[in-house]
Design a protein around this ligand. Structure first.
Ligand code: UQ1
Length: 399
């Protein structure tokens, strides 16, 4: 967005408040967990990816005051804005689960998590170290980014165990707080036969509440029967942490909804009350799946509407809730889920995308990182809508 806006508005009109020195391509983390990529391949220095025409302030936004059009920064500065775009992403709350941070700090431990660059390498270590017992994977009771990722790592791990000839000695269990395997029925119907055929145990409505690293025990609660708990012994545990909007954002009640997310119109991405405030990506309250593809599809809408709002014109561009999730099902297959707000498939390619395919795996593993760095970050990639419309002429022929 900074690239798009600074190229339109000119040098030093856009200020980027960003405390991090590295920018991670997070969609690579599942592959790193499976040993298919290395952590060093997943990031670039922030200084090298931010647009030259924008001014980078290496500080964090710590206080928002939309009534005075100001943001306070971690360095004690107060910045006045004409337009504000909030793109903070989510906060990982590993500390909300007693014992988890300790478990993730044990050298050569049995607990890992693909969601953090701090813990992702532990996942592949776990896969290599486990020889028997229970491999347990979790999905928390909170909104998460890339809701497919906690089960992608299940499929990758299960395939890894088979490749290494140790699958027969390992029970693979996916404990999810959700009532379903996947929120879009078209793809859930494709995934259930895969978990059954591969003998993966799926328990719904099970939420991780504590980890006892000294005993290798994970404690889950039954979300449908409060008070009912299960203690499960693990030889490896993969945790998807609970997530939330960042604290600094969530405390600004003027800007956020009850859950802490920026209260925007789900079509225009403009704040419902403050017309000079927009949001993009995981921090927005728009009820789409939180994925990189969603942010890509939101980006032309946010761009056009911000420019219109700046000129005092009406907002014409609208986001349809498009999200995409390349559901990696092993070391060479992937189901490419694509859908919109109505949770109906909105697919790009003229093939049955609910089937496991090598082509989609190749796209996810080798093409998407290039597209991300070369097209999305410089502001040229607006999601696959254009490609979908062009390819749609082939669709009727396939059916
Ligand atoms: C996408 O746009 C995107 O954001 C850049 C991803 O994240 C890395 C994706 O994984 C996918 C699948 C898309 C959608 C792109 C196509 C070509 C369907």
């Amino acid at each position: 967005m900074a690239a798009k806006l600074s190229s339109k508005l000119g040098s030093n009109k856009v200020i980027v408040l960003e405390p991090a020195d590295k920018h991670y391509y997070q969609p690579m983390f599942t592959l790193i967990g499976g040993g298919m990529k290395r952590l060093e391949q997943s990031y670039k220095l922030m200084a090298d990816v931010l647009p030259k025409k924008a001014k980078w302030l290496r500080e964090k936004a710590v206080e928002f005051d939309p009534d005075s059009n100001t943001v306070k920064t971690s360095g004690g500065n107060t910045i006045k804005y004409d337009m504000l775009l909030i793109a903070t992403g989510l906060q990982l709350n590993y500390n909300k689960i007693p014992g988890l941070v300790d478990a993730l700090s044990v050298p050569n431990g049995k607990v890992g998590s693909i969601y953090s660059p701090l813990y992702v390498d532990r996942v592949y270590d776990c896969l290599r170290n486990i020889n028997d017992g229970n491999a347990i994977f979790t999905f928390p009771s909170s909104p998460v980014k890339c809701p497919g990722a906690p089960q992608k790592i299940v499929y990758i791990s299960e395939h890894y165990f088979r490749k290494m000839g140790k699958r027969n000695n390992i029970n693979v269990t996916y404990n999810t707080a959700l009532p379903v395997l996947f929120g879009v029925k078209h793809y859930a119907d494709a995934l259930w036969p895969i978990v059954k055929q591969r003998n993966i145990t799926v328990n719904t409505r099970r939420n991780l509440i504590e980890v006892k690293a000294a005993q290798d025990i994970a404690i889950f609660e039954n979300l449908d029967k409060p008070g009912e708990r299960f203690e499960e012994k693990y030889s490896m545990l993969h945790v998807c942490p609970p997530m939330s909007a960042p604290d600094e954002l969530a405390k600004c009640t003027k800007l956020v909804n009850e859950a802490g997310f920026v209260d925007v119109d789900k079509s225009t991405m403009q704040h419902l009350k403050y017309k000079n405030v927009f949001a993009i990506g995981d921090c927005s309250a728009s009820p789409n799946s939180k994925t990189a593809a969603s942010a890509a599809a939101q980006s032309p809408v946010v761009y056009r509407n911000m420019i219109a709002a700046l000129k005092g014109k009406s907002l014409k561009s609208s986001y349809d809730g498009y999200a995409s999730c390349p559901l990696v099902t092993g070391y060479n297959t992937c189901i490419l889920a694509e859908f919109d707000y109505s949770l109906t498939p909105l697919e790009t390619f003229p093939v049955a995308q609910n089937k496991e395919r090598y082509s989609m795996f190749f796209m996810k593993k080798d093409l998407m990182p290039i597209l991300y760095w070369k097209m999305m970050l410089p502001g040229y990639w607006n999601g696959p809508a254009l490609m979908r419309n062009m390819l749609s002429i082939f669709k009727s022929k396939q059916k």
